[in-house]
Design a protein around this ligand. Structure first.
Ligand code: PMP
Length: 441
């Protein structure tokens, strides 16, 4: 790994955003040196999954080679050490989002976290979880509110919950420029609203949504807030307790960590009230043949063998980000974001989704190329070594709202260079003439 690049100010206080040493960062990510289709890889698909620094790969391999044992069980030294490493990882991930470790539940990813929440509330609605869970129970007449910009992972679990409980699902529309329609939200979030679930950053639009405004509206009617932080956790310095959301989720593989691990954050009193979703080993105190008593959170939600090596790898990713400094990462990504967006505006026949002015955003842009199908654009770019994502990005309703079925999405991370963005833009500039469509720049 590169020398730790500690961008923290010498007094240990705020970050001074010293520029990052990009060459040394890229050397930490072995995959960035790969060639694809006879060209150097230009990886602009970090919103789908991020690349992992060598330290993450090494920490997982080292745990498996030298420290592997089942956690929370064995009395032997290896098991005790593994448990300590696993719980240390919870501390690291909690620190990433400004939370206490007891507020962090391991999941296999954001999808699993959102399903955990929805099924737990479903169980509360069946009367499981006793009096404490009553405040979460839904019934006919109650409303769950989402936005039109949801990833399917923050939509379908709520559709299912609504159909199981008789509650109805409503959505806040998205404006033409990609912003959430807050005026409409004020009319939709009302006395019947019990849950407001929304993305911090849409995986298609890249805009940072107004968490304060939505949380304020939800609070004023006593609704629970659920934040999909999948696309913000890799890029923004998150402080979930300050954002004041009740619950939030994100995936390890998008924050430069391993697959198969993620985190669910919950306020202590909310997690305390939630009945379990998955049940089985490791989440109980006493079991008889007829019934079981459950552990307090977070263990109540961690049934079965946990993703231990992955959690340790995720903690290594969090430490890596901490060493770079979140402000330095943000400054670097802001520069890539500008290059990407300004460049895309200059390519003829390209329409970006969510091109709102004056809104904070991450380095991600989804766009349509007039006259060329997104899949053809993707193949054309791939032939030149440029990896982007094409399709509906698990956000069909949002694409439908913009009259599209598919877009091309380019998404950068701090390990990308301005040169790579330019390679992508140059290649894209040739796509319409290649496919015989008029009006290229
Ligand atoms: N929400 C958003 C905004 C996402 O971008 C994604 C992943 N594309 C998810 C949820 C689901 O994450 P995972 O597939 O890692 O569970």
């Amino acid at each position: 790994m590169a020398e730790p690049l500690d961008a923290r100010s010498s007094d240990g206080g705020s970050f001074d955003a010293r520029p990052l040493d990009i060459a040394s960062i890229r050397a930490d990510f072995p995959i960035l040196a790969e060639r694809v289709n006879d060209s150097p890889l230009v990886y602009l698909d970090s919103a789908a999954t991020s690349q992992k620094p060598r330290g993450v790969l090494d920490s997982e391999a080292s745990f498996l080679a030298h420290g592997n044992a089942a956690v929370h069980r064995g009395a032997h030294t290896l098991a005790a050490d593994a448990t300590e490493a696993f719980e240390d990882a919870r501390f690291a991930v909690a620190d990433l989002v400004g939370a206490e470790p007891e507020s962090i539940v391991w999941t296999s990813g954001a999808t699993a976290g959102l399903n955990l929440i929805a099924y737990s509330i479903g169980n509360a609605s069946l009367g499981r979880g006793g009096k404490a869970a009553d405040r979460l129970a839904l019934a006919a007449g109650d409303e769950i509110v989402v936005t039109e910009s949801e990833h399917h992972a923050n939509l379908i679990p709520w559709q299912e919950l609504a159909s199981r409980t008789g509650a109805s699902l409503r959505h806040i529309p998205v404006l033409d420029d990609g912003r959430i329609d807050l005026e409409a939200a004020a009319g939709i979030i009302g006395s019947r609203t019990r849950i407001v679930a929304f993305p911090h950053v849409s995986n298609v639009l890249g805009l940072v949504n107004p968490v304060d405004a939505l949380v304020g509206m939800a609070r004023s009617v006593g609704a629970l807030t659920v934040l999909d932080a999948c696309q913000s956790a890799p890029h923004l310095a998150l402080d979930l307790p300050t954002l004041d959301v009740d619950l939030a989720v994100f995936s390890g593989h998008k924050v430069f960590g391993p697959y198969g691990v993620g985190a669910l954050y919950g306020k202590a009193e909310v997690l305390e009230a939630m009945p379990p979703f998955l049940t089985g080993g490791s989440m109980i105190t006493t079991v008889t043949l007829d019934s079981a008593e459950y552990l307090p959170p977070p263990q109540r939600f961690e049934a079965g063998t946990q993703p231990v090596s992955q959690a340790i790898g995720l903690a290594a990713a969090v430490r890596y980000l901490g060493n770079l400094g979140h402000d330095a990462i943000a400054a670097r990504e802001a520069s890539l974001e500008r290059r990407l967006r300004e460049g895309l505006r200059e390519v003829g026949g390209v329409r970006m989704l969510g091109d709102a002015a004056g809104v904070e955003r991450v380095a991600l842009a989804a766009f349509d190329v007039d006259g060329v199908h997104a899949h053809d654009v993707g193949q054309f770019l791939d032939a030149r070594g440029v990896a982007v994502r094409v399709g509906h990005h698990c956000a069909q309703p949002l694409h439908r709202r913009f009259g599209l079925t598919a877009t091309v999405r380019a998404s950068a991370a701090f390990y990308n260079t301005e040169d790579e963005v330019d390679i992508f833009l140059d290649a894209l500039s040739g796509v319409r003439s290649f496919f015989g469509v008029e009006g290229t720049r």
